[in-house]
Ligand binder design. Structure first.
Ligand code: FAD
Length: 649
């Protein structure tokens, strides 16, 4: 299928969480993939929190997994502590999270890429990207990527996933130095090359806490003295991948500790030395992930803040201090650490730091993450303005699938807001752009009850199979689970349950508040014909579908209603300036985003319902006129002077 000249069908620049999912997806779908990275040691690294999942992020991981991606499998294989968050709330917001053994996580992912027959490593730093026309008669378009060492590689499609490396600048108090992550070179030439392609870029900032030496902390003593509290994992760990049936590895302990008045005093006394507060840092940081300086200054009434001590692996000495990111000078950081209860003698292995970096405004991209400026150039991960491993991985998968589909000449793969959190993520980015690092929250999804962790496979595995990403093993297991679910739903629909007050239809019984199917089945308190192969996960899905039937139905009708606009495509090059009654401001907003559908057009910030209505009305007329023109052109033959209608997507 790919008998063309370039070195690769798809070249992925960067091997972080976005890069590895992009490379894996494109390779699984049959493409010859090159993965360009300065070193094989920089694969799927976790420069910050050694954890995967969490609220809304756990949803993303389940969705990546359901589509056939790597992240869920990787964390299940190497996780050291598992927790299901928000258990006391409804199933829409249950989110799995796992602490990673970060070295093993990276090694596991690297091994999967290394053993893939269609993935090849291109070791070096990419410095320039150039489109070349006419390199293959069949495809008539390819990309050339120059490496800093002088070599050039070519590919039909390129996916750039360089994270925080574009013009990365680290700050530790007054010290500043160019770096993408601590100890790794920034990418300045590639940043310039991307800017030269005309992309609109901005500057953001993120930060990470100090790492402490495990051997210098007396955890048991601090617990005995009441300075630390234990934070164990779940007794019945919930996996992040649908392929994992058991997680029986011993789990590590984490600890909680609190900041104190003396800690806050040190921060206040040194606030003028914080690059975040003295104007040294210009990039915008994530509001939802405040630094210690932010917490102390912005919430002066709070006497203490939670901090968690989390091991970065089972055989490493680094302890991650979650909630303690800062950019104060090293000596001040040490004083702060030593003022913390139980950390008086702790040795700081690495200081906290902040990093500023360039990103590309994601409004430069379409819903496939292909750039609107340059064909078959895709961007994914933190370069798009997001923050977080899971967001990066999700974007990497979308870009990898679409790059492969584009090379194969197949239809694009776009998930809607009612299909997946991944759909919400992409739509938010490409429609609204980023003013600050974007992180996924459950509140960003309007159809939360439909987008649960338990049904991510039911929502997405068929789509993953369709594009060629879901392997036979996963598909077989999925098909079995779907059969079990149908059987269980049928037996709930027809079943009757014996209660103290007589017999009751199972459906009615289950919809009562506080009634839980799983516990009662386990204890033999009810008898229903449940498929004997059912896992607790299968039971939970059936229970949720029955219990929340009314709410689910309502959300589904909302989706059907909104789908009208979501399926009304706006052709590329649509002449907004010709729409009668549309203000110049609206023409500009639509023109900047070039929405793919009327639904997306309605979500552009500042677009009024009136503007949307006139575009909708004109769209009909335009389509009608364009069809007429095309028909006339066809009838007139190839020499016709009539111009064809605007190219569709
Ligand atoms: C200091 C710091 C703190 C963070 N804090 C948080 C946090 O608290 N919470 C959170 O959710 N997220 C945090 N993040 C963000 C999280 O690490 C990223 O969002 C995520 O790793 C992004 O994945 P990515 O694949 O886009 O990029 P990365 O994981 O950064 O990977 C980029 C890859 O590109 C490669 N690369 C760069 N330039 C070139 C080039 N020219 N040629 C070839 N390869 C190149 C790099 O070697 C690397 O492999 C933090 C990141 C940093 C650096």
């Amino acid at each position: 299928m790919f008998s063309v000249n370039p070195d690769f069908n798809v070249l992925v620049i960067g091997s972080g969480h976005a890069g590895v999912e992009a490379a894996w997806a494109a390779a699984q779908m049959g493409c010859r993939v090159g993965i360009c990275t300065p070193s094989k040691d920089a694969v799927a690294e976790m420069p910050c929190n050694p954890a995967v999942g969490g609220t809304a992020k756990g949803h993303l991981v389940r969705e990546i997994d359901a589509l056939g991606g790597l992240m869920g499998l990787a964390i299940d294989a190497t996780g050291i502590q598992f927790k299901l968050l928000n258990r006391s709330r409804g199933p829409a917001v249950w989110s799995p999270r796992a602490q990673a053994d970060k070295k093993r996580y990276a090694a596991w992912v690297r091994a999967r890429l290394e053993e893939h027959p269609r993935i090849e490593w291109v070791l070096g730093k990419a410095s320039t990207l150039r489109p070349e026309l006419g390199c293959s008669a069949k495809q008539r378009h390819c990309w050339l990527c120059d490496l800093e060492a002088g070599e050039t590689v070519s590919a039909l499609a390129v996916i750039v996933t360089t994270g925080t490396f574009l013009n990365g600048l680290i700050h530790i108090g007054p010290e500043t130095f160019p770096s993408g992550r601590y100890g790794e070179q920034a990418s300045c030439r590639l940043a310039e090359s991307i800017r030269n392609l005309g992309f609109k870029m901005g500057r953001l900032k993120t930060g990470t806490p100090p790492r402490l030496d495990r051997r210098s902390i007396d955890f048991d003593g601090a617990v005995r003295r009441g300075q630390f509290t234990l934070e164990p994992g779940d007794t019945e760990p919930v996996p992040l991948s649908f392929m994992t049936t058991v997680l029986d590895r011993p789990q590590v302990m984490c600890w909680q500790v609190h900041t104190t008045g003396p800690v806050h005093d040190i921060v206040r006394a040194n606030i003028h030395r914080s690059p975040l507060f003295n104007g040294q840092i210009r990039g915008i940081g994530p509001r939802y992930c405040p630094s210690l300086e932010d917490k102390v200054v912005r919430f002066p009434h709070r006497e203490r803040h939670h901090v968690y001590l989390e091991p970065e692996g089972t055989d490493v000495d680094e302890i991650y201090v979650n909630g303690f990111s800062m950019s104060l000078p090293r000596k001040v950081q040490e004083a702060i650490v030593h003022a913390m209860p139980g950390l008086e003698d702790a040795i700081m292995l690495r200081p906290a730091y902040a990093v500023e970096y360039d990103f590309v405004q994601p409004t430069e991209l379409g819903p496939t993450l292909e750039s609107k400026r340059a064909r078959r150039l895709f961007l994914a991960g933190q370069i798009n303005g997001t923050s977080g491993y899971e967001e990066a991985a999700a974007l990497g998968l979308v870009a990898g699938v679409n790059a492969a589909l584009s090379v194969m000449g197949r239809e694009p793969f776009v998930l809607g807001r009612s299909d997946a959190y991944i759909g919400v993520l992409v739509d938010d980015l490409v429609t609204q752009g980023c003013l600050e690092p974007y992180r996924m929250f459950t509140s960003r999804a309007e159809h939360r009850l439909l987008l649960r962790i338990d049904n991510a496979d039911l929502r997405l595995t068929p789509a993953g199979r369709e594009v060629g990403l879901v392997c036979d093993d996963r598909w077989g297991r999925f098909a079995d689970r779907r059969k079990r679910l149908h059987r269980n739903l049928a037996s709930l629909r027809d079943g009757v349950v014996a209660t103290g007050n007589g017999r009751m239809p199972a459906v009615k019984w289950l919809r009562q508040p506080g009634v839980r199917l799983s516990g009662m089945l386990d204890r033999g308190e009810i008898s229903l014909e449940i498929d004997p192969g059912s896992s607790s996960h299968d039971i939970a899905t059936a229970e949720t579908i029955v219990k929340y039937h009314g709410y689910l139905k309502r959300e589904q009708s909302d989706v059907v209603r909104s789908r009208q606009n979501e399926t009304r495509a706006i052709p590329r090059g649509f002449p907004y300036e010709r729409v009668p009654g549309l203000s110049r401001e609206m023409v500009q907003r639509f023109g900047e985003i070039e929405p793919a559908t009327l639904g997306q057009a309605g979500r552009i910030p500042g677009v009024t319902p009136a503007a949307l209505a006139v575009v909708g009305a004109y769209l009909e007329r335009f389509r009608h006129d364009a069809t007429g023109v095309q028909r006339a052109a066809g009838e007139a033959g190839p020499e016709s002077e009539h111009q064809p209608g605007p190219p569709g997507r």
